[in-house]
Design a protein around this ligand. Structure first.
Ligand code: NOJ
Length: 545
């Protein structure tokens, strides 16, 4: 097969998200580090076979929100290493043809960032206007009704200067004022700094939040909203978040940001992926830009909240395909560092079907570390809780999905040379059976399935760049679709139930099974009478009749 020349690496490739604290610790302090990631590059490029890695933040930070509170955008926290190690990571990744994306956190800094320290020092500070400061209402209450995602008012009173500052997340994460051109320039300088260090792109944290209503008007109340929310977030769900984020001038910023990225498209096209929690497709799609001149992709989180039913999943995919602007490239996500683990949400057998779904849909897949071996949410004893969100809203705590990567069945699951018990989060109980080393030795493991899927996807243009066409007339427990180029047609059938189903596909008569998610089946099949076992997914190459 000839690889497509008209598609770019971030369209044909698969991204793997690393949460650096939890991937591999080489110093023995119980926290993962950049050196650990370097040690595992062969795993990523050769054993697994992904194309790009996205690193969650590694910048100097007081770690109030585990790195999403940045105190210096152009350095590495000593906990993770230093700039020289980062440079080595980029070089070693590139040697292996792995692209490297980093997290850009433009909406807020840490309250310990020198910019904020200066901003809050006096009302006359040169950087006062770098953040969003506002006077209290006449009764002393906050300027408006905006709420912090993590709970409570989004405003924090600053006694010394007699004003409130805005924090859409923790009070230790003050929001920057992107309408101040100096802020934009400073953040664009950060972008230049990393592009010059050869990173291949950015995942942009809460990208839509950077522009809010300039008049700071109240959010309208929405008493119904909470009912339609998959994972209720308390009071935050009682409002329409139309004033505290996503003001239309956000698009001007991303157009400029895109021009900046494009100016670095020398040898390798750079990419930007926005973290955009918007579930109205039309609004979501605006972040591609009217002329596809903003973010390359807004992350598509719809599969994180879907019921695990064939019809519901098909609806997500079909509605996305329909909403995509002409020429825009889709993407899918099944897990990340903010969400319950895939295998816990749907089940272990279901996670295999989900892996096949993720790696056969049209668009760029992102795999969350550990999902390839079936890591599950780990219950965290109260004294070991780390995530501040888990303190304000226990159901939202994110520690369970951030536990150490399970490499082996040995001490600390091969994650760390620390003394047992000194890891930043506890290990899963199941690490002796669910780990990379063991699963590599089990022919039908989820890890081996993921490897096979990745290798197959990379080799088959119908999957990497082909069209998507849902197939009607299959049992309601099944979801089937065609992926096709002019030369090649591949049928994917996923059985979401635990019962065997008889499937009859109209049209083509014969096909060759390329892959079963059970990894025990291949060869020719009659598509007029096909049996698909419970929780089985099949990839079938259609034989032209
Ligand atoms: C989204 C990130 O994914 C999350 O981990 C973080 O807490 C918030 N943004 C605030 O930066």
């Amino acid at each position: 097969m000839t690889p497509s020349t008209s598609h770019l690496w971030w369209q044909t490739g698969v991204i793997y998200q690393i949460y650096p604290r939890s991937f591999k610790d080489t110093t023995g302090n119980g926290v993962g580090d950049l050196r650990g990631i370097i040690e595992k590059l062969d795993y990523l490029s050769d054993t697994l076979g992904v194309d790009a890695i996205w690193l969650s933040p590694f910048y100097p930070s007081p770690m109030a929100d585990f790195g999403y509170d940045v105190a210096d955008y152009t350095d590495v926290d000593p906990l993770f290493g230093d700039l020289a190690t980062f440079d080595e990571l980029v070089a070693r990744a590139h040697e292996r043809n792995l692209q490297l994306l980093i997290d850009l956190v433009p909406n807020h800094t840490s309250d310990r960032h020198p910019w904020f320290i200066e901003s809050r020092s006096t009302r006359d500070s040169r950087k006062r206007d770098w953040y969003v400061w506002a006077d209290p209402q006449p009764d002393g209450s906050p300027p408006n009704n905006w709420l912090s995602v993590f709970g409570g008012s989004a405003w924090e009173w600053d006694e010394a200067t007699g004003q409130y500052y805005l924090h859409s997340f923790l009070k230790e994460q003050p929001d920057l004022n992107w309408r101040n051109p100096e802020v934009k320039e400073a953040m664009f300088d950060v972008v230049r700094f990393w592009l010059e260090r050869d990173v291949d792109g950015f995942r942009v944290d809460v990208a839509h939040y950077i522009m809010k209503d300039p008049q700071l008007r109240d959010n309208p109340l929405d008493p119904e909203r909470a009912k339609s929310i998959h994972r209720p977030m308390g009071d935050y769900d009682s409002q329409f978040h139309v004033r505290d984020s996503g003001h239309p001038d956000v698009h001007d910023v991303y157009r400029e940001f895109r021009q900046l990225l494009d100016s670095y498209n020398d040898e390798n096209p750079r990419v930007s992926i926005g973290e955009i929690h918007i579930f109205d497709w039309e609004e979501w799609a605006t972040y591609y830009g009217e002329d596809l001149d903003e973010l390359h992709m807004p992350f598509n989180f719809a599969l994180l909240n879907v019921d695990w039913r064939a019809e519901a999943v098909r609806k997500v995919v079909d509605s996305l395909e329909e909403a995509l602007p002409q020429g825009a490239w889709p993407n899918y996500v099944l897990g990340n560092h903010d969400e319950p683990r895939l295998a816990s949400r749907y089940g272990r057998e279901e996670a295999r079907v989900a892996a096949m779904l993720l790696l056969t849909l049209r668009g760029t897949p992102t795999i969350y570390y550990g999902d390839e071996i079936g890591m599950v949410d780990v219950p965290i004893p109260p004294e070991q809780l780390q995530d501040p969100w888990g303190e304000t809203l226990p159901q939202m705590g994110r520690d369970p999905c951030r536990t150490p990567m399970q490499w082996t069945g040995g001490p600390n699951a091969g994650f760390s040379p620390a003394q047992t018990g000194e890891l930043w989060l506890p290990l899963a109980d199941d690490y002796q059976s669910v780990n990379v080393e063991r699963e590599l030795g089990e022919p039908a493991s989820l890890l081996n399935l993921t490897r096979r899927l990745l290798a197959y996807r990379a080799a088959i243009p119908a999957l990497t760049v082909g069209g998507y066409e849902p197939v009607d007339g299959v049992p309601e427990t099944c979801y089937a679709y065609l992926r096709e180029t002019d030369e090649q047609r591949v049928l994917v059938i996923l059985n979401f139930s635990d019962r065997e189903e008889r499937v009859r596909i109209a049209g083509p008569e014969r096909g060759e099974i390329a892959l079963s998610s059970h990894l025990d089946r291949s060869g020719g099949v009659d598509l007029r009478a096909l049996s698909v076992r419970g929780n089985e997914g099949l990839i079938i190459e259609l034989v032209p009749s």
